[in-house]
Design a protein around this ligand. Structure first.
Ligand SMILES: O=C(O)CCC(=O)C(=O)O
Ligand SMILES: [Fe+2]
Length: 326
């Protein structure tokens, strides 16, 4: 497949690795996102793309959620990489199955930005490998802290572009400054086919007109705050993937009450399947737990199941009254 070509930009919020200073932190605090261009070189981008194909082929071990329509590992042996990878929208927790993806959690230019935006002690709990072939859906408006709760609002995503990402192939869109109120807006089980099956945030005081596309060249990293409203639209291109490796981070000082732990009070819940990428872990004495495994995210090709509806229908339901969301 072809890749798009984009010039290096000098837009506000776009920084270069050799010009990082306090303005990076200031922009992030004000806007809730920033872009580090040229963070990965050509050979690093190529290595992560090749690893993507190896993971999909099952060469790094089996992973959960391969759909019925996915070719078998045997069938994939005779297929070119593009044919193989297009069957997967997104694979979660790839660092659990791939040494290279694990190494990229602590990619030095990336960690430099995390230390400036999160603090000196940083841990990671998640990696996601988006492939998003032409025709695949985007993800509706949401805030990542709705899915990964920190106790100090320190969650940040690092969205590493493996292809040039533009509006046509479904780049990230953000609502600048929407992280600032520190409010988690409700979500509902949308039936909008432009998006995958994850919930959609609603009733927030911004409109689509307040959003901007974050178009980036391959090798750039988009950093964004866990309270920032963001989404992506479908890949409408005819022949460009929109691959991105997205890792999530937070301050090591905060507990991570992510997975329910039987017999432990709410205040003590702390998901310990983490990777330290900077500084010290104040809770190292708790040790490490193996919890997450690599698995595929549903693209919703076969529908998203029961209970999906339009927002006005949802608002008439009892669930909406309680605003408990999806
Ligand atoms: O890239 C996308 O389509 C969505 C990414 C996203 O929401 C995330 O990485 O948190
Ligand atoms: Fe997200």
């Amino acid at each position: 497949m072809k890749t798009n070509t984009l010039p290096t930009t000098s837009k506000p919020g776009y920084f270069q690795p050799d010009t990082i200073d306090d303005s990076v932190t200031a922009f992030y605090e004000e806007n809730g996102y920033l872009v580090l261009e040229n963070a990965l070189n050509e050979s690093e981008i190529e290595a992560v793309r090749a690893e993507t194909a190896a993971i999909c082929r099952g060469e790094r071990g089996e992973f959960g959620g391969r759909g019925q329509d996915t070719p078998s590992i045997e069938e994939m042996k005779s297929m070119p990489d593009d044919e193989v990878i297009k069957h997967f929208l997104c694979i979660h927790q790839v660092h659990k199955t791939s040494k290279l993806m694990h190494q990229f959690l602590a990619h030095p230019p990336l960690v430099e930005i995390l230390k400036r935006t999160i603090g000196p002690n940083v841990k990671s709990m998640q990696s996601m490998l988006f492939i998003k072939a032409p025709g695949k859906p985007g993800q509706a408006w949401h805030q990542d802290e709705d899915f990964i709760p920190t106790r100090d609002r320190s969650l940040a995503g690092a969205w590493i572009a493996l292809d040039d990402a533009v509006v046509e192939n479904g780049c990230l869109w953000v609502i600048p400054g929407s992280h600032k109120p520190g409010i988690l807006w409700p979500q509902y089980p949308h039936n909008d086919e432009r998006f995958d099956c994850t919930g959609m945030s609603y009733d927030f005081p911004y409109s689509d007109d307040d959003s901007i596309p974050v178009e980036v060249k391959a090798g750039s990293i988009v950093f964004f705050n866990g309270y920032l409203l963001h989404r992506s639209l479908p890949n409408h291109s005819s022949n460009c993937f929109r691959r991105a490796l997205v890792n999530h981070y937070m301050s090591a000082e905060s507990f991570l009450p992510w997975t329910y732990q039987e017999g432990r009070g709410m205040a003590k819940m702390d998901h310990r399947d983490i990777v330290m990428v900077a500084g010290e872990d104040p809770y190292a004495w708790k040790g490490h737990e193996e919890i997450a495994t690599a698995h595929v995210r549903s693209a919703g090709d076969g529908g998203c199941g029961d209970g999906r509806m339009k927002l006005d229908e949802f608002k008439k339901t009892a669930t909406a009254d309680k605003r408990s969301g999806a």
